[in-house]
Design a protein around this ligand. Structure first.
Ligand SMILES: C[S@@+](CC[C@H](N)C(=O)[O-])C[C@H]1O[C@@H](n2cnc3c(N)ncnc32)[C@H](O)[C@@H]1O
Length: 242
């Protein structure tokens, strides 16, 4: 694959992150109904549904994996995989063979399995339900072997919007559990690649600092607003902190 994703290694910690109010994007019933609709659309039209943050962003994550993970049998997990498109691209474009996609929405898993089967990849990618905030489910999916690579595109963003007890406040316990689940899923030598639209690169580095150490950043198209230059999405690679 061509190298369109440039990586930089300036990984200093940033300022304290801002906080968000809870939203429906943090609720499982929201995602169940989204994927219910997308299953119907896929059956009727073949449209695979939303590719979060667009195809360019997914392509940059795939390129990062291709450039950094030589072993095509590496065990790769996509957390909150939705329709599974990231893993489909890793299989089709990268030749990766040991792929697992998980999501807490049974409908997402049904959709991902259907799309994979329609592309002849039904027996090549494992799609399975998992609540990534449950230590038991993290241990069940990771097994003794654990993963060489954990990917997240938009799932941490959703988790950061999870309502506490159905109210307007976010569920801080869920936010705090997330990096523990990443660490619980990764081999000691493993890497974690996350894309977010809610947090900047520096905020991601600061948020995960206790558990994970930044090892690279993927550049995305930047925009200029009010004299400040920023990116619409941030992608950062981590390894386990020592
Ligand atoms: C913004 S969507 C991103 C979907 C997909 N990664 C993509 O890029 O298209 C967030 C996904 O996270 C999933 N999700 C949210 N909380 C989760 C949790 N605790 N465990 C597993 N999946 C979760 C949702 O069901 C949804 O599929």
């Amino acid at each position: 694959m061509s190298n369109t994703a440039e990586t930089a290694n300036s990984c200093e910690q940033g300022d304290e992150p801002v906080s968000f109010e809870a939203s429906k994007l943090g609720r499982k019933d929201h995602w169940d109904s989204v994927y219910d609709r997308e299953i119907n659309t896929f059956r009727e039209t073949g449209d695979i549904g939303e590719v979060w943050f667009g195809e360019d962003t997914a392509a940059k994550m795939v390129t990062w994996v291709c450039n950094n993970i030589d072993d095509t049998d590496a065990r790769i997990l996509d957390v909150g995989c939705g329709n599974g498109h990231l893993l489909l691209e890793l299989a089709e474009d990268g030749g990766y063979t040991n792929l697992t996609g998980t999501d807490y929405s049974a409908q997402a898993i049904e959709l991902a399995k259907g799309i994979a089967a329609s592309r002849g990849l039904g027996d090549k990618i494992t799609f399975v339900e998992q609540d990534f905030l449950s230590a038991t489910e993290v241990a069940r999916i990771a097994g003794e072997a654990k993963f060489d690579v954990v990917l997240d595109k938009g799932t941490y963003d959703a988790i950061c919007l999870k309502p506490k007890d159905g109210g307007a406040d976010v569920d801080q316990q869920a936010i705090d559990t997330y990096p523990e689940s990443v660490v619980g899923s990764l081999k000691d030598s493993g890497v974690f690649l996350i894309t977010s639209c809610n947090w900047t690169e520096d905020e991601l580095v600061a948020r995960f600092a206790t558990h994970l150490e930044c090892v690279g950043r993927v550049k995305h198209r930047s925009f200029k607003f009010g004299g400040a230059v920023g990116q619409t999405v941030a992608t950062v690679a981590f390894k386990k902190a020592k």
